[in-house]
Design a protein around this ligand. Structure first.
Ligand code: FES
Length: 110
């Protein structure tokens, strides 16, 4: 099974199983990683914002316009920001590394 790594706000790296076809958001939830994902992947929030590792960012499918629009609202947007619910695990993404944006916890109140 593919693996992926979440880097938490304090720098802790968590390597977890990443079943094919699941989104990064779903994988995070499966493993208790702290990504909110308030709209459950329907592109109506930006709380599933993750910062993708440079190397991996280039391998991801181009974001849709809707994703771009939501991302614009994300706090702490970076060059390699994506919405976690829009990144779906494939064989090619085995080893994917994403970082949680530092501000999420504050914005969500906990
Ligand atoms: S969970 Fe709301 S846009 Fe991803």
């Amino acid at each position: 099974m593919p693996k992926m790594t979440f880097i938490e706000q304090d720098g802790t790296r968590r390597e977890v199983d990443a079943p094919l076809g699941l989104s990064v958001l779903e994988i995070a939830h499966k493993h208790g990683v702290d990504i909110e994902g308030a709209c459950e992947g329907s592109l109506a929030c930006s709380t599933c914002h993750v910062i993708v590792d440079q190397t991996w960012f280039r391998k991801l499918a181009t974001p849709t316009e809707d994703e771009e629009d939501m991302l614009d609202l994300a706090f702490g947007l970076t060059e390699t920001s994506r919405l976690g619910c829009q990144i779906v695990m494939t064989e090619a993404l085995d080893g994917l590394v994403v970082k949680l944006p530092a501000s999420t916890r504050n914005m969500m109140g906990g």
